[in-house]
Design a protein around this ligand. Structure first.
Ligand code: ADP
Ligand code: MG
Length: 260
């Protein structure tokens, strides 16, 4: 069984791409077959894995707009077992181009259908908005994974995100589930970080992962080398934590969440 996980939060800079890239890489490192779909026009997941955005034979744009088969545009990554559907700035136009097209919210779902059985996990890195690209991801997904940055206003916007999830469940994808919430950029030295963890746990209860991702400079350096943290610095705290998160994701996909 394949599990499709959309990494989404309409806020920018909360750790979506860092989580999508490193969770995918750690799942693959642990022997799972993984596909990462970059559906953000900024293409940060693409460049973060060392793939030159200009030299790919196609991109998520071609898949969504030109009905190109996804298989044809996939590229290899520095991690064995991890394939990437790359993105580039073309995708910025897709949001507008999709508006008038038929089954505009389910393009990604349709294109994944042909190939998803080849993978244990499909991870989708969403843009920082709740537009048609994110809706495509949520329509294609089994679950949504929400990164939350341990910062002021961490909970701001989350009710809007959860409203969107409800709307998607009602109209587009009745089976969409909340995979979990991962706290990112945690700084144990600040009371603020600790308060945010408490607040988020009150709001999301057992949906919050045990693993909390610390603020770790190695995690922010890795993308400029085009490497996931596990290859850039396997001994770093960031690598250790994303491996733990991958373990939890595998555990829940096999056994379901505890105390549900
Ligand atoms: P998003 O995709 O939600 O916009 P990113 O994953 O791109 O967020 O993260 C925003 C910025 O914060 C990036 O520069 C990234 O390298 C950095 N960052 C993300 N997670 C961490 C972390 N745990 N520690 C340090 N820097 C991080
Ligand atoms: Mg991003």
């Amino acid at each position: 069984m394949t599990k499709v996980i959309a990494v989404a939060n309409q806020k920018g800079g909360v750790g979506k791409t860092t989580t999508a890239v490193n969770l995918s890489s750690c799942l693959a490192y642990k022997g799972k077959k993984v596909l990462l779909v970059d559906i953000d026009p900024q293409g940060n997941a693409t460049s973060g894995l060392g793939v030159d955005k200009k030299s790919t034979k196609g991109s998520t744009y071609d898949v969504l707009i030109n009905e190109e088969s996804m298989e044809r545009v996939l590229v290899d990554t520095p991690i064995e077992n991890l394939k990437l559907c790359p993105s580039n700035i073309d995708l910025a136009g897709a949001e507008v181009e999709l508006v008038s097209s038929i089954s505009r919210e389910s393009r990604l779902k349709a294109s994944l259908k042909e190939i998803k059985e080849n993978y244990d996990f499909v991870i989708i890195d969403c843009p920082p908005s709740l537009g048609l690209l994110t809706l495509n991801a949520l329509t294609a997904a089994d679950t949504i994974l929400v990164p939350i940055q341990c910062e002021y206003y961490a909970l701001e916007g989350l009710s809007q995100l959860m409203e969107t999830v409800k709307l998607v469940q009602k109209h587009l994808n009745a089976d969409l589930d909340v995979e979990g919430v991962v706290l990112t950029m945690f700084d144990a030295r600040t009371n603020l970080s600790i308060q945010v963890v408490d607040e988020v746990k009150k709001y999301f209860k057992n949906k919050v992962y045990r693993t909390i991702i610390p603020r770790n400079v190695r995690l922010s350096e890795a993308p400029s080398y085009g490497l996931p943290i596990i290859l850039y610095d396997a001994k770093s705290k960031g690598a250790e934590c994303y491996l733990d998160l991958a373990e939890e994701v595998i555990e829940y996909s096999e056994e379901g969440r505890h105390n549900e």
